[in-house]
Design a protein around this ligand. Structure first.
Ligand code: SAM
Ligand code: SF4
Length: 333
């Protein structure tokens, strides 16, 4: 089914297989590395793609060879009837993998419905396992509720392995790494550390604020020796197993060890803009053609032309790097 249309390939020969779909720019948290304390000006509801529009675009992309769809935001679970959207997307013929990235706050309410809808892969973001430090980073006193949500999800065998994502920031995460390593050893979860990227609304990122994957592995390895596991070409994470076989950790190192060469991802914002890189300065409007009666073939041509120009690599480590206007929650991480 996913060969109904020619494959979607960029100008550097990379076949696109993965789309991150932001279903809302709104969020119930205010993580320091993402949003300002006061929030951001939200999109008007009429500017946000409807379920029908998202379904049409995802169907088209799957026909072009996209096999993985990750739903994100903002916080995807704050979108009304989100499990209904998930079920509609899960039913698209040819779609192999539907996953969700969430802060976990509403998982206690929605985990059962999302698993029933056909979502079997979840990334839950937690930056600290200590309640006060979790509050400091997210500006919400919500750790117990998030952990309860994860337990609810963990009751579903088909939702495993659950991934827990922590953003690694110098001056904060050093004290978190060993508790997270123990957590990963004691639970059937894969904890993954993501290097802090210059996509925060407060513009506090500096090269020095990145706590690199190599530094984290060094800190953890002193206590719990690690061994690298084989890596899939387009995987974002390097996986390391504990040498004694008790669990594993993932490291997503986009700053210190970019994986752009194998990037097979594109992104769709909540207001229907196609982005070919997290760090893009350009985006392509798909909402207008969706709403002006354009045919699927016409939208296919617009997507193909944009993807052809997909950036070879990000320039975060180059002098004169400029952060995109949209920040993480408005892009869809
Ligand atoms: N609200 C959901 C959540 O937090 O999981 C989904 C959207 S959030 C933008 C997606 C992921 O991006 C989260 O794992 C979050 O920790 C990560 N993130 C946000 N800002 C980041 C930054 N500046 N650098 C690295 N990761 C970031
Ligand atoms: Fe919200 Fe996720 Fe951004 Fe935190 S990282 S403010 S939970 S969108």
């Amino acid at each position: 089914m996913n060969s109904v249309r020619p494959p979607l390939v960029d100008g550097h020969g990379r076949a696109i297989g993965d789309v991150r779909v932001s279903v809302t720019d709104r969020c119930n948290f205010r993580c320091q590395y993402c949003m300002p304390a006061e929030g951001l000006p939200w999109l008007e509801r009429s500017d946000v793609l409807t379920f029908e529009e998202i379904e049409r675009l995802v169907t088209l992309l799957v026909q072009m060879g996209v096999h993985d769809v990750r739903l994100t935001g903002g916080e995807p679970l704050v979108r009304r009837d989100f499990p209904v959207l998930a079920a509609r997307l899960a039913a698209i013929p040819g779609l192999q993998d539907l996953s969700v990235t969430t802060n976990g706050y509403l998982l206690d309410r929605d985990a059962d419905a999302l698993v029933a809808a056909g979502v079997h892969r979840f990334n839950v973001s937690i930056d600290s396992l200590q309640r006060d430090r979790f509050f400091e980073m997210t500006r919400r006193d919500a750790l117990p509720r998030v952990l309860a949500g994860i337990e609810r999800l963990a009751a579903h065998p088909e939702a495993h392995p659950i991934k827990i994502n922590a953003v690694a920031i110098r001056g904060f995460t050093e004290d978190e790494v060993l508790p997270f390593a123990r957590f990963a050893r004691e639970h059937p979860y894969e904890v993954r550390f993501i290097e802090f990227m210059p996509l925060d609304a407060d513009h506090t990122w500096t090269p020095g604020s990145v706590l690199s994957g190599a530094e984290l592995r060094e800190l953890i390895g002193r206590e719990y020796p690690l061994e690298e596991a084989p890596r899939e070409p387009s995987a974002t994470a390097r996986v390391y197993r504990f040498a004694d076989g008790q669990g594993q950790l993932g490291f997503i190192d986009p700053v210190s060890d970019p994986f752009c060469g194998d990037c097979n991802r594109i992104r769709l914002t909540a207001d229907g803009k196609l982005r070919t890189c997290l760090f893009s300065h350009n985006e392509t409007d798909l909402r207008t053609p969706l709403r002006d009666g354009s045919s699927d073939d016409a939208i296919d041509a617009i997507i193909r032309a944009a993807v052809w120009r997909k950036e070879l690599k990000h320039r975060v480590n180059e002098p004169g790097y400029v952060q995109p206007l949209r920040t993480m929650s408005a892009i869809g991480g």
